[in-house]
Ligand binder design. Structure first.
Ligand code: F6R
Length: 593
């Protein structure tokens, strides 16, 4: 949701900011804008457009600039239109800002300070700009900005330009992520590491309530009282997975195909020969607790459900899974010694941040499992484990989901006394994934021929049910087909009423103990006209099963059974002509509650 990029230096700010915004497109947005310094007129010029960055790009009339800021907006306050798009410039023309986050007290501030002022936009951002301009009439701009920051309730990542000083850029952060990157040629600031890639050699992820004064070759970090803070930058060694689409038509398809490589990478990061490479402190801390609570949202929550099974069966530690947005405000009664695992691809999900704030207050120990090691949730938890999945650009999560399950399996194994060779089992799973990925035609045909109805069902038992929940989410979010994942035995307790001639029902069968039962449920829907598809393993296959996967360790079956379901979703969306990588109404990183 929303993206920010700013640049100040010897290179062309127009290109750097524009490319940075394009790299942030995956986060989801509905309008985009830039403010660029025009060296010939010595003025900043704003460009903003509703819709895609391409439209903004076509509207840019400047070829070169030494300084610029840009923004992609995902509307929260005010409609999707040009007026509400960022940047916003103060009425007196002196300050221009871009903002990520939500200012909860914006109405109150407007009433208190600007009773007779007509704001140009409906946003919660514009008032920040006007307040800075108001205070800057009486004090230096750094003091004015810091004063205003202290008045804001909510969350912000902000870039501020003072038109009187085009050699300086100001930035500030509270709750919304912001990073600064440095190279010999200049300084780049972004709300996501992806915006810094290719421009910066080193980076610093800002802490909350910090403020930056940035010039072409350096920056100073302050707290909100103006005290200078020390900092240490880290080298920006972006993952070796490319963030380009390459030979694939869509990022989602590319990311589905990257899953065997991601799994192999996880193996190489977490295993030293056969010993597991997870900090002893993490393992000992979890072992000193008596119950694990996994908190997550969406796809990550579905990975958490699989993780529960792995943690309980490998290591015997009772584990519960909670939807983060529920847990944040309806915290269940906790036992004596609860340990918390937050699972989040982005590490920025606001629902989880709300949980983390409460957990830290109560001094609980928290581990974050995330794909972004610099993310807020990774930095604020006691411990973090990385997914090593590489940048996931498509909004619909695929490789991060399987990476989450793989890392959870390694953690569960490290907590256990199991003696089987997990490293080998994971390698065999990667091989089975690769083998299956060549056989996409079945899914393509099923999606084209059978997914014509407005609804669809996935059924399964145990971990197959949990994969069914994820499969249903994937199909609904990109094809817009109303899809439900059901515990196969539960279907007949009501939902079977929805089955009619041609309703697609997909069964996932990976467990020999429940295979027969699920097959009976499949017969029940078939006899009511359902068009069915079965996803199963070699060892369990029966005549007529459409998708038969190579046998792997049954505990790891979700890593493999999910792949045909990702491809079904992909081809269903493709045949319907949808924007696969950027489905409607969705954002990659959900930074509002
Ligand atoms: C669906 C999807 C979402 C995310 C959810 C949590 O494909 O990606 O359901 O899983 O928004 O996001 P993270 O994992 O970043 O906390």
């Amino acid at each position: 949701m929303c993206g920010i990029v700013g640049y100040l230096g010897k290179d062309n700010a127009k290109e750097i900011v524009l490319n940075g915004l394009k790299r942030l497109e995956y986060r989801g947005y509905d309008s985009a804008g830039m403010s660029l310094f025009d060296e010939s007129s010595h003025k900043f010029v704003n460009f903003k457009e509703k819709g895609r960055i391409k439209i903004l790009e076509e509207s840019l009339t400047l070829d070169h600039s030494s300084m610029g800021i840009g923004h992609t907006r995902w509307a929260t306050h005010g409609r999707v239109n040009r007026e509400n798009a960022h940047p916003h410039t103060s009425e007196d023309g002196r300050f221009t800002i871009v903002h990520n986050g939500v200012i909860d007290n914006h109405n109150k501030l407007k009433k208190l300070y600007f009773e007779n002022h007509t704001f140009k936009s409906e946003t919660d951002t514009e008032v920040i700009c006007e307040l800075i301009a108001l205070y800057a009439q009486k004090m230096p701009s750094t003091d004015a900005i810091r004063k205003v920051l202290k008045m804001l309730h909510g969350s912000y990542a902000l870039l501020v330009i003072d038109h009187d000083d085009p050699n300086t850029l100001y930035a500030a952060k509270f709750k919304s992520p912001l990073l600064i990157g440095k190279s010999d040629n200049g300084m780049v600031i972004g709300s996501d590491m992806m915006a810094l890639v290719g421009t910066a050699d080193n980076y610093l992820a800002l802490d909350d309530e910090t403020f930056l004064r940035v010039t072409k070759n350096n920056f100073t970090l302050y707290d909100l009282d103006g005290e200078v803070l020390p900092y240490q930058m880290s080298p920006l060694d972006i993952d070796d997975f490319s963030s380009e689409k390459g030979e694939f038509d869509h990022y989602m398809l590319k990311e589905i195909h990257e899953q065997p490589a991601v799994l192999r990478r996880i193996i190489s990061k977490y295993f030293n020969d056969t010993t597991i490479h997870i900090d002893d402190e993490i393992i000992n801390t979890i072992k000193s607790h008596d119950r694990i609570h996994i908190l997550a949202a969406g796809t990550s929550m579905h990975a958490g459900l699989i993780g529960k099974g792995l943690l309980e069966s490998f290591s015997n530690i009772p584990t519960e899974v909670h939807i983060a947005s529920e847990f944040a405000y309806q915290q269940p009664l906790l036992g004596e010694k609860p340990f918390f695992i937050l699972i989040s691809q982005s590490g920025e999900t606001a629902d989880l941040r709300a949980c983390l704030v409460n957990l830290k207050k109560a001094q609980h120990k928290v581990l974050t499992i995330t794909n972004v090691r610099t993310s807020t949730l990774a930095r604020e938890a006691d411990f973090a484990l990385e997914l090593h999945a590489g940048p996931e650009i498509a909004v619909a999560s695929t490789k991060a989901y399987t990476a989450q399950i793989a890392v959870l399996s390694i953690l569960a194994y490290a907590l256990s006394n199991q003696s089987f060779d997990l490293k080998r089992e994971l390698s065999e799973t990667a091989q089975a994934m690769e083998h299956f990925l060549d056989k996409y035609e079945v899914m393509e045909k099923f999606a084209k021929d059978y997914l014509q109805k407005p609804n669809c069902f996935y059924i399964g038992r145990g971990s197959d049910y949990y994969v069914g929940l994820e499969a249903a989410l994937k199909l609904k979010e990109i094809s817009y087909i109303q899809t439900e994942g059901f515990a196969a035995g539960e279907l007949k307790h009501g939902t079977i009423a929805l089955i009619e001639e041609g309703t697609p029902v997909i069964a996932i069968i990976s467990n020999d103990k429940t295979a027969e039962n699920t097959r009976s449920n499949l017969s029940e829907v078939k006899s009511r006209g359902a068009k069915t598809l079965t996803i199963t393993f070699e060892s369990l296959k029966e005549n007529g099963d459409e998708i038969v996967l190579d046998n792997i360790n049954p505990s790891l079956s979700p890593l493999l059974t999910v792949i045909p379901t990702q491809l079904i979703a992909y081809y269903a969306a493709l045949h319907r002509g949808h924007d696969i990588d950027k489905p409607r109404n969705l954002a990659k990183s959900v930074t509002v509650e």
